[in-house]
Design a protein around this ligand. Structure first.
Ligand code: ZN
Length: 476
């Protein structure tokens, strides 16, 4: 027995009284008992991200302590344990938190042989069992409890034999996807607005909690002791304290996971195979709810992506033009000419083609024009171009305009070995859209360009090659 479990005894008594009174009050009013929720973290201890494992763990523990969370449960994925991360489990324990089993390899049950899966649970069990704060709770990775009734039953029996209980959740959400959006933005070098990120994190998780609680009220007739699923990630380390303060401000009480798992729903094993959204959703499904009403926005990647943009969490820092693009503009500026002898025909009578690049305003972009020549006599322009750095998209863009409203819109980029690739979508009124690619590379003979069209099957098919020679300017 830990000092903490003793501290929870009077609370359990209070809850019992409260439930009793709630029963009476419900008849005459909508008075609410204090709602309760426990906090759990999966996939601990995570490898380094924008924070090291140790920095993250320390920040998380400080936030839990500062916001008055006495006990949380860390579901450990033991494949992440090594000499660097093992001491993190000791840090969890020192602060009174609990350690539980989240498997070794983090496998999908429905995609794995049962023997392999059970062996994986045992591997984790052996790695964790001797920790003083270990509690025999198993959380199924991906909340995948199996999609075959026989497997589901066999796993239940297996865990029972091992002395384990199901470390279910009642509030599912995609906090891991918010984390991915955040980490991607960090990697891209975006400017992150942490105030907005915090608001998004709290709003999404609070919506998920309220949603699950509404489902519980509707289908179980009461608000159970909830178990919140979170992951050991940077966002949790930054914002768990704010989330807890928000919950408290809404009148919720944070309880130990051990207390949450005393709720009667811990003994109600769902009959449905719809368990991936957590226990409340599964029991609601048993009670006749449709899957559509059980899944929440907080479990929708596209919606989270939309919110991430709407909250303006990340701003692209596009001021700096890359070196390669500056070099590219400097080498292009001037007039280039190529022979068309290879492709010349009655309908294409030009002996040569020429492209002229001049600096745009402030020498930050290039203006271009392409025309034909018949024995040295230039034609009108066929195309005009604008090559510029798009700071918002962080791409070197190439736009071109031709007759009849024809527009080519795309980008250029270096692809190694001195090659520059251009990909453009060409469109025009009453004309089918197509995608064109150009490769160009400077050779001893001149600038070699090759054009490609995309086939129906999506393959690039080479069309024409030209070797362009830079023309001496009047000053040369
Ligand atoms: Zn997990």
């Amino acid at each position: 027995m830990t000092p903490n479990s003793q501290a929870h005894e009077p609370m359990r008594f209070l809850s019992f009284q409260r439930i009793f009174w709630l029963g009476l009050l419900c008849v005459i009013s909508t008075a609410q008992a204090t709602k309760q929720i426990a906090i759990t973290f999966d996939d601990a201890p995570r490898p380094n991200s924008s924070l090291t494992s140790e920095q993250r763990a320390k920040a998380l523990l400080i936030a839990l302590d500062a916001s008055g969370v006495e006990q949380a449960m860390f579901f450990v994925t033991t494949k992440h344990l090594n000499e660097q991360t093992k001491p993190i489990l000791d840090l969890y324990q020192q602060d009174g938190h609990l350690i539980a089993n989240h498997s070794n390899q983090h496998l999908w049950l429905h995609r794995t042989e049962l023997d392999t899966y059970q062996q994986d649970v045992l591997t984790a069990d052996q790695a964790l069992r001797d920790y003083p704060h270990f509690k025999p709770y198993f959380r199924y990775p991906y909340l995948d409890e199996g999609r075959d009734k026989k497997v589901v039953k066999k796993m239940q029996k297996f865990l029972q034999k091992l002395g384990y209980q199901n470390g279910y959740v009642t509030v599912d959400n995609y906090d891991w996807y918010l984390e991915k959006l955040y980490q991607d933005a960090v990697k891209a070098g975006d400017k992150i607005n942490l105030v907005q990120m915090k608001q998004l994190y709290i709003d999404v998780l609070w919506a998920a909690i309220e949603h699950s609680d509404r489902i519980a009220e509707q289908y179980l007739g009461r608000s159970p002791k909830h178990v919140l699923l979170l992951h050991d990630n940077d966002l949790a380390a930054y914002f768990i304290g704010d989330l807890v303060m928000h919950l408290k401000a809404q009148g919720w009480e944070i309880i130990s996971p051990l207390e949450a798992y005393q709720d009667p729903i811990a003994q109600q094993v769902p009959k449905t195979l719809f368990t991936g959204q957590g226990r409340v959703a599964a029991l609601a499904r048993d009670a006749g709810a449709s899957p559509q009403e059980l899944v929440h926005v907080a479990e929708d990647e596209a919606e989270l992506q939309r919110l991430f943009t709407e909250y303006q969490v990340a701003t692209a820092v596009g001021a700096a033009m890359p070196e390669w693009f500056i070099a590219e503009m400097n080498s292009q500026v001037g007039t280039w000419q190529t022979s068309n002898a290879q492709y010349r025909s009655d309908s294409e009578p030009y002996t040569d083609y020429a492209i002229e690049w001049t600096w745009g305003l402030g020498e930050n972009s290039l203006d271009g024009r392409l025309y034909g020549l018949i024995d040295g006599k230039p034609s009108d322009d066929f195309w005009t171009y604008k090559l510029f750095w798009d700071a918002e998209q962080r791409q070197a863009r190439l736009l071109q305009f031709g007759f009849g409203g024809r527009v080519g819109d795309g980008f250029i980029r270096p692809i190694g070995h001195g090659q520059i690739e251009t990909i453009q979508t060409h469109s025009a009124p009453d004309f089918p859209t197509f995608t064109e690619r150009h490769l160009r590379v400077l050779t001893p003979d001149g600038l070699l360009t090759t054009s490609f069209r995309q086939s129906e099957a999506g393959e690039w098919q080479g069309r024409r090659s030209y070797t362009w020679i830079k023309q001496p300017t009047a000053e040369d």
